[in-house]
Write a protein that binds this ligand. Sequence first.
Ligand code: BGC
Length: 547
Amino acid sequence: MGKLALGVAVGVAVATCAVAGVVVGRRLRSRRKWRRVVGVLRELEESCETPVGRLKQVVDAMAVEMHAGLASEGGSKLKMLLTFVDRLPNGLDFLASNLICCPRFVVCFCVVCVVLFVNLLFGFVVRSEIGTYYALDLGGTNFRVLRVQLGGTRSSILSKDVKRQRIPQHLMTSTSEDLFDFITSKLKQFVEQEETVSEAAQSRTRELGFTFSFPVKQISIRSGFLIRWTKGFAIEDMIGCEIIERLQAALMKKGLDMCATVLVNDTVGILALGHYYDADTVAAVKIGTGTNACYMERADAIIKCQGLLTSSGAMVVNMEWGNFWSSHLPRTTYDIEMDMESPNPNDQGFEKMISGMYLGDIFRRVLLRMCEESDVFGPVSSKLLIPFVLEMPLMAAMHEDDTPDLKVVAAILREKLEIQDVPLKARRLVVKVCDVVTRRAARLAAAGIVGILKKIGRDGTGGITGSRSRSDAKMRRTVVAVEGSLYTSYMMFREYLHEALNEILGEDVAQHVVLRTTEDGSCVGAALLAALHSSSSSSSEGLHRRR
Ligand code: BGC
């Protein structure tokens, strides 16, 4: 009896030990797996680090590359393209409203009165942008058609009508004829639905600004040749072609009596609108599907174009900063793999770390690696193998999920990536990955902006040579117009960008730098420039005479 009891007791003890062993083993295995997943995150964090010291190196590199790109053709990965925009629209409406708040209002008011009086006396008006103008905006996932009516005593924007449309995916890799047929047919529909345009306006050739947001070598304000595609567009027969000729041919084919008076990059449109609202605007940045910046440069600083004469002594330069590269950029294995598998390897390195088209794919690659390392997320979902499956707005939604149990994250993982039943602690990890990828992007974008300020001597350090100290460099109010969904619709991105700007510049200087969001600047600005360069108002007559 005693032996039996002992046997049972030993048996129970062995069984208990075995069960405990299995449980402990499982726990250990699962801990090991969890540690591996966390290891992937830690590694990502380390390789994406952007301490302020590193950001300052990026600032310097940006300013140096800008110089090199202006010095000679091909002198830098930054193309620093001429735009032939040498003056920008200026909104006296805004000037007037700002003057009211100015302490020296009386003096300014008198100056404005004298200017207006002189203008009246000589039959001139200060503003030149009057009438109905159009814009076509092609550059990212969306395509826009716009009509603006400029008028009133100060030719303010009286009305604006915009139609947005997604570019069908197949057209991005089709032929130029297909693409231009599509955009001009949309323009035709838009024009045919017009009701408000006066008879006088209808009887003359409609003028439009064409915003074409890719690297273009311009030879005048209305002529330019495509250098290469970006952002997933790949239409071979367009490379090296004159863009306005293609557009005019397509307009003619559709029987549209329209004339493209200006060809601009989206950043140039944004700068034009920014300047129209606020004359202190000196640069513009776009951070959407792709990214880029432009700014007003002194003509004599554009060394590669010696003897360049412009009416204002300056010209807007399209930096094409998406192609910026520096060894100081924190690059991860995910960036390297994404670049190698992209349609444009070794190009647009900065863009691939910053812009909306790529952030979701960096995230996808990190998550895939985590899934391969462990089964914390269950079996590897085949969706995770599809490039660009996760678009930036979804990544932003996960990052900004403020539900206590991260419901949004769970829903996106389930519905978009087919990853089911992810435990809460793993969902927290997902949010962290979004955070690391976005924070790096925003901080690098901030460094890029300060790079421009440094180049034009507005960063409080006395410019690229740094010969003046912060204290003796007098800071002027400096406005940078910003557009693009990352900045306008992704709050965390915007906050990180502002935070980095303050860190790099220091508060004393940062308080003089204003980032101002514009709306539809890429196309409204193009229409304003079309008005400024209107063919019906030839040179000084058209630009300055009352109509
Ligand atoms: C293009 C630029 C454009 C930017 C933002 C980049 O991919 O090269 O020309 O301004 O995207 O749209």
